[in-house]
Design a protein around this ligand. Structure first.
Ligand code: AHR
Length: 516
């Protein structure tokens, strides 16, 4: 590593042209050295039966005449998520998944039993949004479904039946039942989570015990593979629980697992999370410390995985990530409804850069959660819907989906507060199928604009354009009365000289540059 940094410094010195002005930070993108693809699946989302994510967020009911919908799914939500290019959607939880019995959510809606959502607010749900509703909605979104199975309070047979119900094309009790319920062709669901947070709400298991449970479920699931095969994701570690990853990698036979999960939230303190808006710079700084910790987490979990899986066959799936604050005053504490500010844009921009730069191992991720819950991309209030700063970042960044990751060297500058330091600049770059290069840059510094000397070498492309997300205050956010306060704008803060750019990033801003 040190050797690499030293080499990078030499290279930087050699490549810095005489005209270059003094800048805070230097980046060299190597457009001719890409090896790995940034899987579009890292742009995934998460829809749990939690608060107003599913009910009121995605689904308003087929009989709703006030909110335009298609089969009960909000039209505004479908449009916004399609534009975002959501590649996959995880459902029905979360903690809820380990209480969910899928057969309660099929068949005539009037006949479905209710379920009390014991994890989230204790509300009674009528199961009107079930397997068909979710999978048909994924088809409308052009997103791959990712089903999280109930291991905590379910049975192996229940999961085998679910796989058979959604994936089997021939004659079988479950495929016949599916047809009776109006769906002839199987959906062909590839992604399956085998439990959720098995160390916590999924059953408080030890990794050794869960490994055995997992093997049993994974073995029988494979009986009902669809043609492309299923992708089984083992419940993974919470943040820095490296032992969990070590034990699972040691105990799970490679033939039974395709992905291993990791959950990490940017939370200041679980007992005192702080407000979602109107926070102090100290709170912002701590949130960013937690967010940037993702770099160490994916590095160390990947290193453990490399030991057992040197060919990197098993994906690291960060299927829950994002900022977690106190709920908005006056809302149900069990519903986890929070506003979304420029701080969240900083979390999104830096986290996605980290995922890109670890594209070899991080091949899927899911932001928690899509609508009205935690770091949402959409917020709804009855018939109104707004796009959050996080939505805008994910949309600006979607040019990286399935593009080739380009290695870069970054000489950084610090963002300092009260004697503590964080790297101010975060960056990643990729080359798309047409050879166009995209560089995403984040300046998390709350007070200072930062200049970056950016060299994109190894490409013939040279026409540069950019988009920026910025605002006057860190706490700024979109509201139902002012939905476009924060929106991407054309970025003009760069000067070009040959293959070198001098880019000025305003405080807490996200920029995506295109070199075409
Ligand atoms: O996303 C909210 C909750 O956080 C999920 O249900 C659970 O998996 C995690 O603890």
């Amino acid at each position: 590593m040190l050797k690499r940094v030293f080499f990078s410094m030499l290279l930087l010195a050699a490549l810095t042209p005489a005209f270059s002005q003094q800048t805070d930070s230097r980046i060299i993108v190597n457009a001719d050295q890409g090896e790995h693809t940034i899987s579009r699946q890292i742009y995934g989302h998460f829809a749990e039966h939690l608060g107003r994510c599913v009910y009121g967020g995605f689904y308003v009911g087929e009989d709703n005449t006030d909110i335009p919908n298609t089969n009960g799914i909000r039209n505004d939500v479908i449009k916004a998520l399609k534009e975002l290019k959501v590649p996959n959607l995880r459902w029905p939880g979360g903690c809820f998944a380990d209480t969910y019995h899928w057969k309660d959510g099929i068949g005539p809606k009037a006949d479905r039993p209710t379920i009390v959502n014991v994890w989230w607010g204790g509300v009674t749900e009528d199961n009107s949004f079930g397997t068909h509703d979710f999978l048909n909605m994924c088809e409308m979104l052009d997103a791959e479904p990712y089903l999280a199975a109930n291991v905590g309070s379910g049975e192996v047979q229940e999961l085998i039946d679910w796989v058979q119900y959604v994936n089997h094309g021939g004659v079988s009790p479950m495929s016949d039942l599916r047809k009776e319920n109006g769906r002839e062709e199987p959906w062909g669901v590839k992604y399956w989570g085998v439990g959720n947070e098995a160390w916590g709400c999924g059953g408080n298991m030890t990794p050794e015990y869960y490994a055995d449970v997992y093997k049993k479920y994974a073995t029988f699931m494979s009986t009902w593979r669809n043609e492309e095969g299923i992708f089984r994701i083992a419940s993974g570690a919470s943040s820095g629980d490296y032992k969990w990853t070590e034990v699972l990698m040691q105990k799970l036979p490679p033939s039974l697992v395709e992905g291993l999960a990791l959950h990490h939230y940017s939370v200041i303190d679980w007992n005192n999370k702080g407000p979602a808006t109107g926070f102090s710079e100290e709170q912002y700084f701590t949130t960013m410390q937690r967010a940037l910790h993702m770099e160490e987490l994916v590095t160390r979990h990947s290193t453990i995985m490399d030991k057992y899986d040197p060919d990197q066959r098993i994906a690291l799936v960060v299927d829950e990530w994002g900022g977690w604050y106190n709920v908005e005053p006056g809302t149900n504490p069990g519903f986890l409804y929070q506003q979304n500010t420029m701080r969240d844009a900083m979390i999104a921009g830096t986290t996605l850069n980290i995922f890109h730069n670890h594209a070899d191992r991080v091949r899927m991720a899911n932001l928690a959660q899509t609508i009205n819950v935690l770091q949402a991309v959409l917020l709804t209030d009855e018939e109104k819907m707004i796009l959050t700063p996080t939505y805008h970042v994910m949309k600006m960044y979607n040019v990286h989906q399935d593009a080739q990751l380009l290695p870069l060297t970054l000489q950084n500058v610090d963002y300092e507060l009260n004697g503590q330091k964080l790297p101010a600049i975060s960056a990643s770059a990729s080359k798309d199928a047409d050879g166009n290069v995209h560089v995403s840059l984040v300046n998390i510094d709350a007070k200072n604009a930062r200049t970056v000397s950016l060299t994109v070498r190894g490409t013939e492309k040279g026409s540069v354009s950019g988009t920026i997300l910025q605002s006057a205050n860190l706490s700024d956010h979109n509201t139902f009365d002012n939905p476009d306060k924060i929106a991407p704008k054309t970025f003009r803060g760069f000067q070009k000289n040959g293959d070198q750019l001098t880019v000025t990033l305003p405080p807490f801003s996200v920029v995506v540059l295109a070199v075409e």
